[in-house]
Design a protein around this ligand. Structure first.
Ligand code: PBG
Length: 299
């Protein structure tokens, strides 16, 4: 494992004067602009391969308008990071609406309150273009809408962003392991995402989703969560002509942190073993909240 295999997910919150700890993810915070830049510089010094930025806005609405606003918190963060880090860091942005919608779903809703797939695609295209213009080199659609990769590719190209890459969250399962993330982004979601994320029992559908995203032009494909889906990750890596990513999600982080805090497992060994297992299963890129620390160990 090399530091460049690791990507650090980071949360930037609007309206904070101090970083705000996330109780269910000890050691992870919602950043201010200042603390974001400091942590990003540390990650860069450890040779971490990329940063994945999530925004936590103060106001939310039905269409997630804060996501596409030029002064929306995620776009402000991308510009600040680009200015702070120069061109040498791969900046990735979460291309999704859930942090910005008042209902907490990853897309816009139709008259019945269901997620409207095709209306959401329009929003994702606007979002990807704004993020590219704000400094993202990689946009990462995480909302599991059908056709999202193709729509974003066309939209980026038409706007002149032919060099902006797409990291597709291809096989994203409707998982209990995202629990702490809801706290991390202050999500207001009621209900679940089972109409657009995948059934944990379904293996073939994940491979079909990967194939579709590849056909639509994905530059990287992701399996998420990581540890409970290492079989899917291996199969994806075996068939993928593009780099494969896996996301060690908030619940995986919380579980290991909690057990280690109780003295029930050896924290550092467990972290390294899990990240190594994700690499072994076929991930070229591992998104982990421990990216900077692990990079320091393997540097
Ligand atoms: C959706 C998104 C989620 C995560 C990353 N992007 C939450 C969800 O799908 O419910 C979860 C990441 C984690 O749990 O660490 N924009």
């Amino acid at each position: 494992m090399q530091p460049r295999n690791l990507v650090l997910p980071m949360f930037l919150a609007e309206g904070l004067t101090e970083p705000r700890p996330i109780a269910s993810m000890p050691g992870v915070v919602q950043h201010t602009l200042d603390s974001l830049c400091t942590a990003a510089v540390e990650a860069m010094a450890a040779d971490v391969g990329g940063l994945m930025l999530f925004g936590v806005p103060e106001q939310r609405d039905a269409t997630g308008s804060g996501a596409t606003a030029e002064d929306g918190i995620l776009n402000v963060g991308l510009r600040a990071l680009r200015a702070e880090l120069g061109d040498d860091m791969v900046l990735m942005a979460d291309t999704c609406l859930d942090e910005f919608t008042d209902h907490g779903h990853c897309g816009v809703l139709d008259a019945n309150g269901s997620v409207d797939n095709d209306a959401t695609l329009q929003r994702y295209v606007e979002l990807a273009v704004v993020q590219a213009e704000s400094g993202a080199r990689v946009v990462a659609p995480s909302g599991m809408m059908d056709g999202q990769v193709a729509a974003i590719r066309v939209g980026l190209d038409l706007a002149g962003h032919t060099d902006t890459a797409i990291l597709a969250y291809s096989a994203k399962y409707a998982s209990a392991f995202y629990g702490p993330f809801r706290e991390a982004v202050g999500s207001t979601l009621k209900g679940d995402r089972r109409t657009y994320q995948q059934d944990p029992g379904n293996r073939r559908e994940a491979l079909r989703e990967v194939d579709l995203d590849l056909a639509e032009g994905a530059d990287m494909v992701m399996v998420k969560p990581a540890m409970a889906y290492l079989d899917v990750l291996r199969e994806t890596a075996d068939r993928s002509p593009v780099p494969v990513a896996a996301y060690q999600v908030s619940g995986e982080y919380a579980m290991i942190s909690a057990a280690a805090a109780n003295g029930w497992i050896d924290r550092d060994r467990t972290i390294l073993e899990t990240v190594t297992s994700i690499r072994r299963a076929g991930a070229d890129v591992v998104l982990t909240y421990w990216a900077t620390e692990v990079a320091g160990w393997v540097q």
